[in-house]
Design a protein around this ligand. Structure first.
Ligand code: BG6
Length: 476
């Protein structure tokens, strides 16, 4: 039993993203996006990180996003499963290139709008609140090829046009919005994070932080537009969360951890507080960066978000000597392996107390409502002889993290809700695997794209249903 009661209006649900679930990559007029170019297999990392330019598809490679789990065609069945679990919120993203196939058109694609209207209406049918990310790791490819993606200021205009279209077209269906998924991840995975590909010899840090500045301007403008269109709209930023612990109490390690924290939180500091933090100047100086700002940018940035959302999979460790121990790269963020915690099959740390620590840190810093929009355990699931999936390890992980959320609520922190990641098995963003599963619902598909795509409830499905029905009290 959790000791702390969740508020009555706490939102319970799950999350996925268009690029990892929908498939239908050329249907309904959709254009190609960055993620459509990221293959499964040996070249994946080089493409994802922007080290290898990949602007055409190859016939000898497999691209998991192309069909993904076919949510594009099966969303009614999937939403019904979520409703059966009792979801009150469902997080997904809109594929920008379904609405603007190339990204720079003046008018949106009506088929794309129709698809998302139908999807959000389906959620509403079950009183499920959609929580919608405008950009979750999928920039229209044309914008990358023709404009260099977010390194180019023109992206602000394209993105805000797209955002305005969404706020107008889905007004009355959606009121909770996130602008950019895990905005800080562009520092670690620049192509998948922001469509960035590097030229030999350029200052990559300069490119990344300038691109981030453009995203921050676009995010602030989108927030303003959302509020103008409907004052009931709630807009959040989204952090790939997880505090950096000092690897030891050596002052140098503590300082290194503080630097890593700042690097991680810089963009959220801007989005939540409406201005660059004071430490940005020295961070830019040390990296040899000069941000090119347009007149009025500082005014624009003042349009801060309504709430702060974040993902939490694992805490991280930093040391003055990043070779001081084994490393782990949970969520592509380099970290030293913490000897005090267990790790998942993919080497990601398991640290429920770290979630309470993260929530407290974020609230101390921002004093805005928080929303945990991703959390979960990526694990291999093997159906037993009866075809059932007894994922007790996933239940154990979620139970402890939900307890930690309850503890944080007991600490006095306003937490709006919880959407566990990959509520239906989907394609893993880092590795492109299907075998790294997060869901309450199993999808019959393997890493090579074989399988019937049939859905099957796991043991955790019934467990989560009970958790939701008891508003987080019954975690047994
Ligand atoms: C987050 C992303 O970084 O982590 C998701 O927002 C991603 O898109 C999730 O899927 C888990 O990572 P992975 O690599 O296990 O899918």
């Amino acid at each position: 039993m959790s000791l702390t009661k969740f508020p009555k209006d706490f939102l319970w649900g799950g999350a996925l993203a268009a690029n990892q679930a929908e498939g239908g990559y050329r249907e309904g007029g959709k254009g190609l996006t960055t993620v459509d170019m990221i293959p499964h297999g040996a070249s994946r990392m080089a493409v994802k990180l922007g080290q290898e330019k990949r602007f055409t598809l190859r016939s000898d490679e497999y691209y998991p996003s192309h069909d993904a789990i076919d949510f594009y065609h099966r969303y009614k069945e999937d939403i019904a499963l979520m409703a059966e679990m009792g979801f009150t919120v469902f997080r997904t993203s809109i594929a920008w290139s379904r609405l603007y196939p190339k990204g720079d058109e003046r008018e949106p694609n009506p088929e794309g709008i129709a698809f998302y209207r139908a999807l959000f209406e389906e959620c509403r049918k079950y009183q499920i609140e959609p929580l919608v990310t405008l950009c979750h790791f999928d920039v229209p490819l044309h914008l990358v090829v023709e404009y260099g993606s977010w390194r180019n200021r023109q992206m602000v205009e394209f993105f805000t046009r797209y955002a305005r279209t969404c706020f107008e077209a889905f007004d009355g269906l959606v009121k909770c919005w996130l602008t950019f998924n895990e905005i800080n991840i562009m520092l670690h995975s620049p192509f998948s994070g922001a469509g960035l590909v590097f030229e030999t010899g350029e200052n990559q840090e300069q490119v990344k932080y300038q691109a981030a500045h453009h995203e921050l301007i676009a995010s602030a403008l989108a927030t303003r537009i959302a509020h103008e269109i409907n004052p009931r709209n709630q807009v959040g930023c989204m952090l790939a969360g997880g505090n950096f612990y000092p690897y030891s109490c050596k002052p140098e390690d503590v300082w290194a951890a503080l630097q890593k924290e700042r690097e991680n939180l810089l963009f959220i500091d801007v989005q939540a507080r409406g201005a660059y933090p004071s430490y940005a100047a020295s961070l830019f100086r040390d990296k040899g960066i000069q941000i090119v700002k347009a007149a009025g940018d500082d005014e624009i940035l003042k349009h801060s978000v309504d709430f702060v959302s974040f993902s939490y999979y694992a805490s991280r460790c930093a040391s003055a000597d990043m070779n001081a121990g084994n490393t782990s790269a949970a969520n592509v963020v380099k970290s030293l392996r913490n000897p005090h915690i267990e790790v998942s099959e993919w080497g990601w740390g398991i640290d429920p107390l770290g979630l309470r620590i993260t929530i407290n840190t974020l609230y101390d810093r921002y004093q805005k409502p928080l929303f945990l929009v991703e959390n979960g355990l990526g694990a291999v699931d093997e159906p037993n002889d009866q075809g059932e999936i007894e994922d007790d390890y996933r239940i154990a992980y979620l139970r402890e993290h939900i307890r930690a959320m309850g503890d944080a609520i007991g600490d006095g922190i306003p937490l709006m809700g919880y959407t566990s990641w990959g509520c239906i098995d989907l394609v893993a963003a880092s590795t492109g695997e299907m075998s790294k599963r997060y869901g309450f619902v199993y999808v019959d598909r393997d890493d090579a794209g074989r399988g019937t795509l049939a859905r099957r409830r796991k043991k955790s499905f019934w467990w989560y249903k009970k958790v939701i029905a008891s508003n987080g009290e019954d975690l047994a």
